[in-house]
Ligand binder design. Structure first.
Ligand SMILES: *Cc1c(COP(=O)(O)O)cnc(C)c1O
Length: 421
């Protein structure tokens, strides 16, 4: 459930009509609902109630400072994958002890900054990373809290580009080699082993792959304890999918996911960390665009909109589906026709949908791309010199721009022309 609903035949973000925001900030723009973010975080928090747990929002899904502050103030932990995300989270007021640092390519500088600033744990993805972190921590007179990310070799049955838990993926240490790596880590003066980490992919729509991975993690935890390690925390990653297309079968709910966690690893008495991103942010945001014009093609009609693949890359990059709805509610029974919905960018890949059935639309009409709150604004670029589009947060009957659209001057003046030219 989200808070983007028609009221008096006009799409609203919570209590605010979308056309009013469009008139105020211009199109295209991202619009987020505070109530939806809050609701989604609570769903996960409640799904793990009764277990020692921390829900660490995966910052890469949407890293706007306002979003980080609103979740951080609710007590959320944060899962970061770069020094930049670490800096964003700290700037939003989240303390180091609520930050887990993931990622396959942490640099020395990133690890140093997190050690100095405080961190709940590093999720370490390779032996060389472990050695480097150990050396760094020793040189700083610290012990780095560490979970080893294991690769459980399960098929998450999701898009190949966002599957991370198969043996051929670049992530983690093969679970078969984990005991040896823990044994080595146990001898390191700068490493404090806290537990085990796993993350098998994103937009996973059934519990089977999670269950298989978590059972393997549970077995490993028992083995490692028998080997003498103090395994007290399990970081089970993120990845629970969301319904992108209305009417399709809905993915499992956070409550069902939580129950499965209890079943698979609940008996170990470990603190459980989860790292949901998409499910918290995805349906908490829409992308609002305006129709530039309708173009009759060869046997098809193109709806050319003012948002492009640089603003929302998911369809071009992952063949992702986004529901597209007119901001003015269609009259029931109105005849719909198939449109190819495309952006202005000079690539055929700049296509949001093919043969999408929509009511008659004309230049100037507003459209909303649903489920755009995660992996939308954060993946945007200024390709074709199209300035990054604004992000707007609505809360009840108020809204605020939480990232402004740069002017052409601001965009142009980021470049520097060397003296010799
Ligand atoms: C991307 C990622 C997540 C979040 O995945 P979602 O599908 O957005 O829930 C969590 N943990 C790690 C390590 C990730 O790379």
């Amino acid at each position: 459930m989200d808070h983007f609903l028609y009221r008096d035949d006009i799409l609203h973000g919570e209590d605010v009509p979308v056309p009013g925001i469009a008139a105020s900030v211009g199109t295209p723009f991202y619009l987020y609902s505070e109530a939806t973010f809050r609701r989604h975080f609570r769903l996960f928090d409640e799904a793990l109630a009764g277990m020692d747990h921390l829900v660490c929002y995966a910052v890469k899904a949407n890293s706007n400072q306002a979003i980080l502050k609103l979740l951080g103030d609710m007590g959320a932990g944060m899962d970061v994958v770069s020094g930049g995300e670490y800096a964003r989270v700290r700037a939003a007021g989240v303390p180091g002890e609520r930050i887990v640092f993931s990622g396959v390519g942490k640099t020395r500088e990133e690890m140093r900054a997190a050690l100095a600033g405080g961190v709940r744990q590093f999720n370490v993805e390779s032996e060389p990373e472990l050695e480097e972190l150990n050396g760094l921590a020793v040189s700083m007179g610290l012990r780095a809290p560490v979970a080893i990310r294991v690769n459980p070799d399960v098929d998450a049955r999701t898009h190949a580009k966002i599957s991370t838990g198969k043996a051929e993926n670049k992530f983690g240490i093969p679970i078969s080699r984990a005991r040896g790596v823990y044994a080595r880590a146990g001898t390191m003066a700068g490493i404090d082993i806290t537990g085990i980490d796993v993350h098998i992919g994103s937009q996973i729509t059934d519990l089977g792959p999670f269950r298989r991975a978590y059972l393997k993690v549970g077995d490993l935890a028992r083995q490692l304890r028998a080997d003498g390690h103090d395994i007290r925390r399990l970081d089970l990653g993120g990845g629970l999918g969301i319904p992108y297309a209305r009417g399709n079968e809905a993915p499992p709910l956070p409550t069902e996911y939580g129950a499965m966690i209890r079943e698979t690893v609940g008996d170990l008495g470990c603190e459980v960390v989860i790292e949901p991103g998409r499910l918290i942010a995805g349906n908490a945001g829409i992308l609002v665009a305006r129709v530039i014009r309708v173009k009759e093609g060869e046997g098809r009609k193109f709806l050319i909109v003012d948002a492009g693949m640089n603003d929302l890359v998911r369809p071009a990059m992952y063949e992702a589906h986004h529901d597209i709805v007119p901001v003015a509610q269609p009259v029931p029974g109105e005849k719909q026709e198939p449109f190819d919905v495309v952006g202005p960018v000079c690539e055929t890949g700049d296509t949001f949908a093919r043969e999408r059935f929509l009511p008659p639309l004309q230049a100037g009409d507003l459209l909303a791309f649903r489920s755009a709150g995660a992996y939308g604004a954060v993946m945007a670029s200024e390709y074709n010199a199209r300035p990054l589009i604004p992000e707007v947060l609505v809360s009840g009957d108020q809204f605020a721009v939480i990232r402004a659209r740069p002017s052409y001057d601001e965009m142009v003046n980021r470049d520097r022309i060397p003296e010799w030219l």
